[in-house]
Every structure is written in C-alpha cells, then in structure tokens.
Design a protein around this ligand. Structure first.
Ligand SMILES: Cc1cc2nc3c(=O)[nH]c(=O)nc-3n(C[C@H](O)[C@H](O)[C@H](O)COP(=O)(O)OP(=O)(O)OC[C@H]3O[C@@H](n4cnc5c(N)ncnc54)[C@H](O)[C@@H]3O)c2cc1C
Length: 376
C-alpha cells in the first residue's frame, strides 16, 4: 500500500450503534471523523438485538451500573426526538413499559425479591394481579399468577435506530469506510498516531475502539501492549413471528425468555446465551428453546408463522460491564466497548460520555467505574 494515510481528527473502529453514535456527536462538534467498518454499517450485534431499554427488569441491585443504565434510559425520549428531527426516521421509541410474569414457584420467588429491593430503593415498580395483566395483554398465558410492571422500562426498534444513527452521522460529515478492516493500531512514544487497514491507512491522534465482540483482537504495530483485557462474544439467537395485527403492547419477560412487540405486528422472541466463539449460526436447539419459552408466555404464538431467525454476538467484558474511557498508558486511545446485553440501552449515554471525554478531557457522567483499571 503506497498511498499516503488520510488525516482525520478521530478514527472510530466499528460501525455499530456505539461507533456511529459517538461519531455523530463528535462530528456535530466539527471534528473530522472516520468510521472504519469491516462489513456493512450496523449489521452485527446492533442489528441482532431486541431493542429493550430495560434496566429495572434486569437489575439485581442499585449499583453504579444501574445508575448508568437508568441515566441512559432517561435520555432516550430526547435522543429519539433528535434523531427524528434530523433524519426523519422514527426509531419507534415506545413507553408502554415492561411486564415480568410469574408463571412458576421459582418465578414468584425471583419477582418477590425484585419487588422488595426496588420498592426499598423507591424505584418505579408495580405489582399486578393476574386479572389486571390479562386485561392489559389478553394473549398472555392464562396460567400466569401475577406480574411486576416496570413502567419506565421502554423499547426502541434497534434496526431503525441503527439506520437513523448512520444517516445522522453522514449528515454532519462523518466518513464511513465500509468493507475496511482495521488491522493494527499505530503507536509511537505512547501516543496513537494512526490506524492500519487492509485498504488505506488513517493518520490521527485519537482512536476509539468500538469494535464490539472483536475489540480485544486489535493489536498495535509496535510492541506496545494495547487492549490487555478481553471482550468475548456471547451468542444470542432470536426469532421473529409474523402477527396479522399488533396483538401485544408491552415488552414481556418470563424467567427464561422475552417477547418484544414491533409496530408492524411482528413479535420478536429471544434469546439464548451461548459461549461458542465467533459462531453466528442459528441452531435447531437454540430456536426450539426460544419457541418453547415464547409459547409458554403467549400460547397462541404457536399458530403464527416465522418471518425471520438470526443470531448475534454480545460483547462481554470480564465483569459484564462496559469498558469506557482512556487507555491508561497510550495517549489518544479510547475504549467504548463491552456493552454486552445493554448496548442499545447504553447508546445515548455512551455517545455523550465518550464525546465529552474526547472534546473536553472529562465526562459529565462519572464513567471512572467503567475504566480499564478494574480489568487489570
Ligand atoms: C440477540 C441479542 C439481543 C440483544 N438485545 C438487546 C436489547 O434488547 N437491549 C440492549 O440494550 N442490548 C441488546 N443486545 C446487546 C446489543 O446488541 C450490543 O450490546 C450492542 O449492539 C453493541 O454495539 P457495538 O456497536 O459495540 O457492537 P456491534 O454492533 O457488534 O458493532 C461492532 C462493529 O465493529 C466491526 N468491527 C469489528 N472489528 C473490526 C475491525 N478490526 N475493523 C473494522 N470493523 C470492525 C464489526 O463488523 C461490527 O459492525 C442484544 C444483543 C444480541 C446479540
């Protein structure tokens, strides 16, 4: 490769929700930004997700991670509005809330525990009896015993979100190098100086690693140690069922699975949690388990036709929390990865925090607990 490197203020490796949303924010601040994407923009985990914004339904305690997630959830209404204003795309931000069903003794125990701690923490959670739940969602299993409702746990259509973010980023001048693989980070004297790719190289003083499940595979051209932490892929399989008309309003969890309704009438059912490396195959066993749980939640789904099935790789750090912040040794190397099951939920706050970090040297939200130091 003899071409001279192209100069940018910031290079972002990875064009998923995380890379694109940070690119958008930085270009809004007039930085010259390139997103380097090995395939097409947003076709990995960000496309595979369910779009649930559900920190309350998933949390076991009110820790700093819950605070980060709840802060991001609170930003979503404005984020959706802004994306609609600038791109015309409705990301289908829906606020009906999330129901968590008790179908078994085990579920009852689990939900009781959640109810207790969330009430004690004065979070917005409601206990609904079976009649009330059936009135809200008549297609649910009549054997359900009771449910928790998390009114603040919302949802978006993550594929629409992805499309809107790419379009918003392009509008403010972000360059997308698709079908381009970042092969190494250029580092000299503990300062990032560029990115090597399989096409043209980039010269830059700031590189943001937003490469999802592939983040910790990146290496430097020199001996300098980068990414001495791991981000591992965790496969999740999903199915979409076609409903003739929308028959469900809320996101519905049970102990083992969930249903996510789309405005189109489709219902997405998920998911599996599998450690099988970088394997995105859809398996008979995976799909059978999802169908079984989906039918347990809403028996009439057994009559509906499949419209799609797919799998994606959730990027998991060692402790399941995202990795946000600067590298401790190499100037200009920034991490925004490891969002595991919550990357859609955490998009607005990640974009804000990381763009502030790059522009001002610090973030208005305390992201220190999510730095690399904890993974050493
Ligand atoms: C089945 C499933 C259901 C989920 N449901 C939800 C949900 O309901 N709510 C929620 O909040 N989250 C959910 N998630 C998690 C969420 O999808 C992820 O956390 C999020 O999409 C991560 O975004 P990302 O941009 O970091 O990664 P990705 O979307 O995977 O993007 C990373 C990009 O980097 C590119 N890349 C990698 N290496 C290189 C390289 N060397 N050079 C160039 N490009 C490279 C890849 O091609 C990819 O496009 C789900 C995930 C799955 C799989």
């Amino acid at each position: 490769m003899n071409q001279a490197p192209v100069q940018f203020d910031v290079a972002i490796i990875g064009g998923g929700v995380i890379g694109c949303s940070i690119a958008w924010r930085l270009a809004q601040a007039n930085l010259r930004v390139v997103v380097i994407e090995r395939g097409e923009v947003g076709r990995e985990a960000s496309w595979a997700a369910g779009g649930m914004l559900a920190p309350s339904a998933e949390a076991n305690q009110a820790d700093v991670f819950f605070e980060l997630a709840a802060a991001s959830r609170a930003m979503y209404a404005g984020f959706a509005r802004e994306l609609r204003e600038v791109t015309g795309t409705d990301i289908e931000y829906r606020t009906e809330g999330t129901l968590y069903l008790a179908l078994t003794d085990e579920d009852e125990e689990e939900l009781e525990r959640r109810w207790q701690w969330q009430r004690a923490a004065e979070l917005n959670v409601k206990k609904l009896n079976a009649d009330c739940v059936q009135k809200l969602e008549p297609i649910l299993n009549p054997k359900l015993r009771w449910a928790l409702k998390f009114p603040d746990d919302h949802q978006v259509d993550n594929r629409r979100l992805m499309t809107a973010l790419e379009s918003a980023a392009r509008q403010v001048g972000v360059e997308f190098w698709t079908q381009t693989e970042a092969t190494a980070l250029e580092v000299s004297n503990s300062q990032i100086s560029g990115v090597e790719t399989n096409r043209r190289n980039v010269a830059t003083k700031t590189v943001i690693v937003a490469a999802g499940s592939w983040s910790s595979l990146l290496r430097a051209t020199t001996d300098e140690a980068v990414m001495d932490f791991s981000v591992a892929p965790v496969r999740g399989q999903m199915i979409a069922l076609a409903m003739p008309e929308p028959a469900l309003q809320h996101v519905v969890y049970s102990g083992k699975g969930y249903l996510v309704p789309r405005r189109s009438g489709h219902v997405i059912a998920g998911s599996t949690t599998e450690t099988v490396g970088y394997n995105k195959e859809v398996t008979a066993e995976g799909i059978a388990s999802i169908i079984e749980r989906a039918i347990e939640i809403a028996p009439n789904l057994s009559k509906q036709s499949f419209s799609e099935m797919w799998a994606g790789l959730r990027p998991e750090s060692k402790d399941g929390w995202p990795i946000l912040g600067m590298d401790s040794r190499i100037n200009g190397l920034v991490y925004a990865t490891g969002h595991y099951r919550n990357g859609i939920l955490l998009t607005p706050i990640t974009a804000k925090a990381i763009s502030e970090l790059v522009l001002q040297g610090e973030s208005s939200h305390n992201i220190e607990p999510f730095g690399t130091h904890r993974l050493a």
